[in-house]
Structures are given as C-alpha cells and as structure tokens.
Design a protein around this ligand. Structure first.
Ligand code: SAM
Length: 369
C-alpha cells in the first residue's frame, strides 16, 4: 500500500479533470484514513501527508465552488416538524425504540409561524424535516406545502420526510415541493444492514432517490462519516453511487453517537475525514449544493466555517420553535443554541464574512452547468 502524498494529489487532479475515478483510485484516496482492516470508524487524525492531500483537495474544491457560486453561502431554514418515527435505525436518536424521546408534532399554524419568522429574517428556502410519521399523510403534507407556497411564492420548499412511494412523491411535487433530501446513508448492502433493521432496504432507499430525480425534484443523497462498519470499500461504493445518481445536493456529516441507541458506545466520525469527503464530492459534482451540516458544527467548534472552506456552500440554521429544538435529538450534544438559532443569523453572517463569504437571501437553486 503506497502512502506517499504525491500520488494522492495525482488522483485528486484526475478527479478534477474527469469527474470520475475507478474503484481502485477511490480506495487509494481513502486508504490512508483507515486502520489495517480498512475501517474508517473512529479514525481522528490523519498523518501529515494525508492532511496535506486533504488541504490540496479543499483548495481545489473551493476554487470550483467559487467559480460556480461565487463567494456566496446559501441559507435554508430548517423546520424539524415531527420527531415521531416508525423506523428504528440503529444510529438515530428519534428511532421508535427510544422511549426516552419526548415526542412532538408541529401544527400547520406552528409551521407557518416558523416560515413567517424565517421570511422576515431573509430565508427563502424552508426545509421540512421529520421522522417517518404516519400522521403526516399526503393530504396533510400537501396542505402544508400549498400553504407555504401560497403565502411565500418566492420561496423554495425542501422536504426530508423519508421513504414514500412514487405516487406520494409525485403528489407532493405537484403541490409545490421543489427539493427532497434523502440520504442514502451507505451504498453498500452489508453496511446498510449493519445500520438498519431488516425491514429497511438499501434497494428501496436507492429506488426512492431515482424516483425523486425522475419526478424533477432537486434531489439530495448523502451519508454519515464514520458510521459503524464504514470502510474504504463502503466509501468507494458511496462515491460510485453518487456519481451514478448525480444528485443536486449531498448531505455529509460525521456520525455522532446517541446515548439511547444501540450505537451509544461507538466512536464519533472524524471531522477531518468529513471535510475531505466534502472536498471530494465538490470536485466530483462541481455544481452540487453541499451543506456544512449541523453534525459537523456539533462535532467541532468552527466546523461550519471549516465546511465552507472545504467546499460546502449551504448552511441550514434551525427555524424550529425554541421549545421543541431540544427534542429533535438525533445524536448527543446537538447544538441548538447560538448560531444554530435562526435569530442569530447575524452572527452566522459575521462568521461567514470573516472567512470571506457572504450569506445571500434568495432561493439558492442548483446551478446546472
Ligand atoms: N426521516 C428522514 C430520513 O430518513 O431521511 C429525515 C430525518 S433523518 C433523522 C435525517 C438524517 O439524520 C439521516 O439521514 C441521518 O443521516 C442523520 N442522522 C441520524 N442519526 C444520526 C447520528 N447519530 N449522527 C449523525 N447523523 C445522524
């Protein structure tokens, strides 16, 4: 196994030139981040040569992002509207088996209040995210989407409500939804089964993503970095899958353990590897809308700024009412104060300005090249 730094840079250059790599090349780019068994779980600090290659990737990624989006950062107002979930994903704090979770649902009025508040602050995209909650039927979601679109027609609506059938996705699109976030979590079947109970399947998750694309949603896939069982091979699978899907958005954040899940004792994913992946995804999919996620900001102070400097171009502050924010706990210590609160948007703008970026107030659609 060659661990020299120059060859890694060559592969990164090749990715920038062709936007595609062979499986072996992907593995070569991830190998230095893994232990002897190829596992990336729990890895925190790369050797200096690897860190150097990551800096190289970040510089290339920023150049590509700046060339397409300029020195701008798009904001999305995140509304976590239900933490009920019928699923039991082993990593997630709102899984149905977590009896400690205090469950809540926002009403249509609550959601519209969040949007009104967000609109005044300058948000022009609202992201409705929640567990897979049967209460939110197509009828109810349609009513929510139509109400938002009626009140704020210049805003985009992004949904992140999990797996539904194609007819449902079609109805929600028809009602006005513009974008849909559905992380694939891992593109490797074996790894998928390590993270999920048997009733959930990677095939269905992938099919949902292809359906969303087919219906014309700006579609977001993505993964947690350092989730239990992740290896250089599964990361190569992820990159190959993202290449094939060609999503408009990719959500990448570190896995962070939650105390009431089976993964409570597992180590958190590496911030450095998360940043490296952000850079590689930007280089592979130049126009992609790439958030510096809340998990990244939770994992390390300054994580959000580091994400932008690795090639991300989106931040998603929380617009949920203050009294429910601490109930939407996907992992321990989730930040729900400070910059995460939309009211502190000014602080976020200042922190972005300090690294040379301007938070802009428009829908922030995907720029097709
Ligand atoms: N139910 C929807 C779905 O499945 O797409 C949206 C909500 S789900 C909680 C949103 C994302 O949170 C998941 O796709 C997962 O990647 C992330 N997530 C859940 N638990 C996490 C954890 N422990 N650490 C980091 N991210 C986590």
């Amino acid at each position: 196994m060659r661990k020299g730094n120059a060859p890694m840079k060559e592969y990164i250059d090749r990715l920038a030139a062709r936007h595609v790599l062979t499986r072996e090349e992907w593995i070569r780019l991830f190998e230095p981040w893994a232990d002897g068994q190829g596992r990336v779980t729990g890895i925190s600090c790369p050797v200096p040569e690897t860190a150097d290659a990551a800096r190289y990737a970040a510089a290339l990624a920023c150049g590509i992002r700046d060339g397409i989006y300029g020195k701008t950062v798009y904001v999305r107002g995140l509304i976590e509207f239900t933490n009920y979930c019928k699923n039991d994903c082993y990593y997630c704090g709102i899984r149905r088996s977590n009896k400690e979770a205090a469950r809540y649902r926002l009403t249509l009025e609550d959601i519209l209040d969040c949007c009104e508040n967000g609109y005044k602050l300058g948000f022009r995209t609202f992201v409705l995210q929640g567990g897979e909650d049967g209460y939110f039927t197509d009828d109810r979601l349609e009513e929510i989407i139509r109400s938002i679109k009626k009140n704020w027609p210049d805003c985009a609506v992004t949904l992140s409500v999990g797996e539904r059938d194609m007819a449902s996705y079609a109805r929600l699109k028809e009602a006005g939804a513009d974008r849909y976030l559905l992380r694939h979590e891992t593109a490797n079947d074996f790894h998928y089964r390590r993270l999920h109970p048997p009733e959930l399947s990677l095939l269905n998750r992938k099919n949902c993503l292809f359906h969303l694309k087919q219906l014309g949603y700006q579609t977001g896939a993505g993964l947690m970095v350092g989730s239990p069982g992740q290896t250089v091979e599964t990361l190569a699978d992820d990159m190959e899958f993202l290449q094939k899907l060609d999503p408009e958005m990719v959500g990448i954040g570190p896995f962070l353990p939650h105390c009431n899940t089976p993964f409570r004792g597992e180590p958190a994913g590496s911030t450095a590897l998360t940043l490296y992946l952000l850079s590689l995804v930007r280089i592979m999919l130049p126009s992609v809308l790439l958030p510096a996620t809340t998990a990244l900001a939770t994992a390390s102070s300054g994580g959000r700024e580091a994400g932008i400097l690795a090639g991300a171009n989106v931040v998603m502050p929380n617009l949920s009412p203050e009294n429910v924010r601490e109930k939407y706990l996907l992992y321990d210590n989730k930040i729900c104060t400070g910059k995460e609160a939309a009211q502190n948007l000014e602080e976020l703008k200042a922190s972005m300005a300090a690294i040379g970026y301007k938070v802009v107030s428009h829908r922030g659609d995907y720029k097709k090249r």
